[in-house]
Design a protein around this ligand. Structure first.
Ligand code: MG
Length: 375
């Protein structure tokens, strides 16, 4: 039985983790679970999966949590610090970090410092502090297992291969809802339109990131830290059907791709069961039904975010952290109706232009950046 610490159980990824556990109750159990604000959902989940501890990030909801779980024997706690501390203090086989945004970084760092393996859905951890996290992992022996579908695909393609055989990796991206939209109308895009992803059903933050393709930029930086390849050896390709989740090209020109229907349960399960592919009864990909797959180069005028991501990787230092923080702030401002859609990427660019780099290996400096109001 593998014990799992589940961070972010009430979000889209967290709920899919629980579906994976439903599929293999004899293999996985939840040791603890945390959520940010959705206390009612958390209480229901806790009653079903009976972890020993449950934490709600929002301290105002602590009483509701305790009341909801009274008589169950489950320990309740509240606050962000409690979430970071449990990642550090409690022994589990793997922590699945499905926290949304920058808030996911400190639990990842706390876990790997203690040598704990992390199945990482929170790409912001690596974008903000990838070099620091890799250094800590090298010291403590902790491992990061990718949950992001593209990175899971690359990981699967690389299994059994040596890194020296790899020529490049090819990250695929659907292009989001605005791949064909008239460019002159981008400043009229409303949040409701941007929240409609053609293939993947995901949380609001990542869905907006997919619409700007900043998500693919974040994934480029994530891939750089996970697979230790220079950015010039990481291509980005538009593939509107999201059937090929990414590819690896080897020195002889041979390409391996990982395919499947867009369903996050598959990469989640693989991150928990690696190197095994456990059975599942989820829907299968029928290529005869899909029949045709399409590919194209990304249009840098439509998606200026991709060039920005390459620029920050080249600049290094704390530029990737600023890229992430400025974007996160801009996305919530867009969702609140405060700024236009093109202003998301424009404000990220301004924040990068204004940035005076700090020390990328100092958690304190990285946290300082996460608190700057950028737009
Ligand atoms: Mg992804």
């Amino acid at each position: 039985m593998k014990t799992i610490g589940l961070l972010g159980s009430t979000g889209s990824i967290g709920k899919n983790v629980l579906r994976v556990i439903d599929t293999h109750p004899e293999r996985f159990s939840i040791a603890y679970m945390t959520a940010n604000t959705q206390v009612d959902v958390l209480i229901e989940q806790a009653k079903t999966y009976m972890p020993h501890t449950v934490i709600i990030g929002d301290e105002k909801k602590y009483d509701v949590l305790c009341k909801g779980l009274s008589g169950t024997g489950i320990t309740c706690a509240a606050g962000y610090t409690a979430i970071v501390n449990i990642s550090r203090d409690i022994e589990v086989d793997v922590i699945l970090n499905a926290i949304v945004g920058i808030a996911g970084m400190q639990p990842t760092i706390a876990a790997v410092k203690k040598g704990r393996d992390v199945a990482l859905s929170n790409k912001e951890s690596l974008v903000m502090a990838g070099t620091l996290i890799n250094n800590i992992c090298a010291e403590t022996g902790a491992k990061i297992f990718p949950v992001d579908s593209e990175h899971s695909a690359i990981w699967q393609c690389l299994t059994g291969e040596s890194e020296s055989n790899v020529e490049k990796i090819i990250l695929t991206g659907s292009g989001g809802p605005f791949l064909r939209r008239e460019l002159s109308t981008f400043d009229m895009i409303r949040p409701e339109e941007a929240l409609k992803h053609p293939n993947w059903s995901m949380g609001a933050k990542i869905t907006i990131d997919s619409a700007t393709m900043i998500n693919k930029g974040l994934e480029l930086i994530e891939a750089y830290h996970l697979f230790h390849l220079d950015a010039s050896r990481i291509d980005i390709m538009i593939h509107p059907e999201s059937i090929i989740h990414s590819m690896v090209q080897f020195n002889d020109g041979s390409i391996k791709a990982q395919l499947g229907i867009p369903d996050m349960k598959v990469p989640i399960q693989y991150a928990l069961s690696y190197p095994e592919h456990l059975p599942s009864n989820w829907p299968r990909l029928d290529l005869t039904e899909i029949a045709t797959l399409h590919f194209e180069q990304p249009d840098n005028t439509r998606f200026p975010s991709l060039a920005l991501a390459r620029q920050v990787l080249k600049q290094g230092e704390t530029y990737p952290a600023v890229f992430n923080v400025a974007n996160e702030q801009a996305v919530y401002r867009f969702l609140n109706g405060e700024i236009s859609f093109p202003e998301i990427t424009a404000s990220v660019k301004r924040a990068l232009d204004d940035h005076q780099p700090l020390d990328p290996l100092s958690l304190e400096d990285i946290l300082k950046i996460s608190k700057i109001r950028m737009n």
